[in-house]
Design a binder for this molecule. Structure first.
Ligand code: ADP
Length: 448
């Protein structure tokens, strides 16, 4: 087993990975920017190295600085967490070229899935159902018109290099197409340095349901069931559940078998998530994430498994050691992403945390790097805590969530705790019959 792992990340996910390492008897190296010297992930690590100034491009995305930190401290492996360099195939290659282990999939699979056009082509070829759309890249407006004519309006123009909901534009009718096409290209060029776009049928009332998979380096692949991530604002997830209120165990088994068969054929390794839209009883693949996801804890709670521990063991060459039939789904879990933002305007609210009290009790988990006196820096993602609850039934999980949200206190900065309290009290959420458009209507912020 590895002796020392460098965690190329910050915040709650850096702590999450440290916890798994500690339990495996592995020493941890934190890296941090000058803005993060007082951060909890630095305080709790065995060693830490400053890798640059606040801007992420100079620190958490600074590959030479991170590789030097690994070399100076004698780390054997690097865990990238999510965001930052986690889906950067070049980084994974460089980690390996330096004789270290990248805790994640092969660079080739990261590269393949990072190009959403290639990802759809690969998954379609492996028998995974796809959202109807263009056959690959849509290079010009004339092709866009042809595709829209074939699949029917409304259509969605999406960035091949997409992520975080950027570079995605809806055209409701032929008259919108030119603007949507142009905007999607401009936005993706600006966000990703790549203006390639493709097209999909814009589904009017889907749920976002994704499957967590784990594969060892010896050909064994299992899935840990689904997460329902339909509650989104501007295509960004805000609250996630496992399992989905919309899925029967039979539908889960069927789709789970489809995804594990596809990844077995692909020769995939380590953790991954296949994201689908689910409407009228049909699944349609949209993309695959080749990393640990923010919402992984809901899966951990219902399956009773430590996904980060599994990632580390697999990267070290161990076998899974269990089969699909050994995986049991118990109860229901819900996660709220709490961000340092005004709960009404969603404007960022960095600053000093005057007081912090995390809820506790049976079935309550808080993944956060906050503490009283900590100053939330303005430079990074605004998520500051994840509250996860687990209970035998969905109704009991909702009661527990309401109770835990009431106990949770973060003073000194604005947070979205108040919004989550409103959501759990809403009969529509409680019924569980929501789609990806539900939250936009709930917060009065139609996007699309
Ligand atoms: P990103 O990589 O930017 O997150 P995704 O392809 O994962 O983009 O899509 C993000 C979200 O956008 C989905 O969860 C869903 O809410 C919405 N979306 C994506 N494709 C479609 C589609 N064809 N129809 C309707 N909504 C979609």
């Amino acid at each position: 087993m590895f002796q020392k792992v460098l965690i190329a990340n910050r915040g709650e996910i850096a702590l999450r990975i440290q916890r798994a390492c500690r339990e495996l008897g592995i020493r941890t190296v934190a890296v941090h920017s000058t803005a993060d010297s007082e951060a909890m992930h630095v305080r709790l690590a065995d060693e830490s190295v400053c890798i640059g100034p606040p801007a992420a491009k100079d620190s958490y995305l600074n590959i030479p600085a991170i590789l030097s930190a690994a070399s100076i401290t004698g780390a054997d492996a690097i865990h990238p967490g999510y965001g930052f360099l986690s889906e950067n195939a070049r980084f994974a290659e460089m980690v390996e070229a330096h004789g270290l282990t990248f805790i994640g999939p092969s660079p080739a699979h990261i590269r393949m899935m990072g190009d959403k056009i290639a990802a759809k082509a690969a998954m379609g070829g492996l028998g995974v159902p796809l959202v109807p759309g263009s056959d690959g890249e849509v290079p010009d407006l004339a092709t866009a018109r042809d595709v829209a004519g074939r699949i029917g309006y409304p259509v969605l123009i999406k960035a091949a290099a997409g992520g975080g909901g950027r570079g995605m534009k809806v055209a409701q009718s032929p008259s919108d197409l030119e603007d949507a096409f142009r905007l999607a290209r401009t936005e993706s060029a600006a966000a990703f340095g790549n203006d390639a776009v493709y097209m999909e049928k814009y589904l009017d009332r889907p749920r976002h349901i994704e499957f967590q998979v784990m594969a060892d380096a010896h050909g064994a692949v299992v899935h840990f069931g689904e997460r329902d991530c339909s509650l989104q604002r501007r295509h960004q997830k805000l609250l996630e559940e496992a399992g989905s209120p919309a899925l029967t165990p039979a539908a889960r088994d069927h789709m789970g078998a489809t995804v594990t068969a596809a990844l077995t054929k692909l020769g995939y390794r380590n953790a991954g998530t296949l994201e689908f839209l689910y409407q009228d009883g049909q699944f349609a693949f949209i993309e695959m994430n080749t990393r640990l996801q923010v919402e992984h804890p809901v899966t951990e709670m219902v399956c009773g498994i430590d996904l980060v521990r599994e990632q580390i063991r697999i990267a070290d060459g161990e076998t899974l050691g269990y089969q699909q039939s050994d995986i049991r789904f118990a109860g229901h879990a819900i996660e709220c992403r709490i961000t340092a933002e005004d709960p009404d305007s969603f404007l960022p609210s960095p600053g000093r945390v005057a007081a912090f009290h995390a809820p506790g009790g049976l079935g309550v988990r808080v993944d956060s790097a906050l503490y009283a006196g900590y100053v939330v820096p303005p430079y990074y993602d605004s998520m500051v805590a994840k509250l996860i609850v687990h209970a035998p039934t969905r109704a009991a999980a909702i009661s527990r969530l309401r109770r835990a949200l009431d106990e949770f206190a973060v003073l000194g900065i604005e947070t979205t705790l108040a919004l989550h309290r409103r959501i759990v009290d809403d009969p529509g959420f409680q019924r569980g019959d929501y789609t990806i458009h539900w939250l936009e209507q709930f917060v009065g912020d139609p996007t699309g």
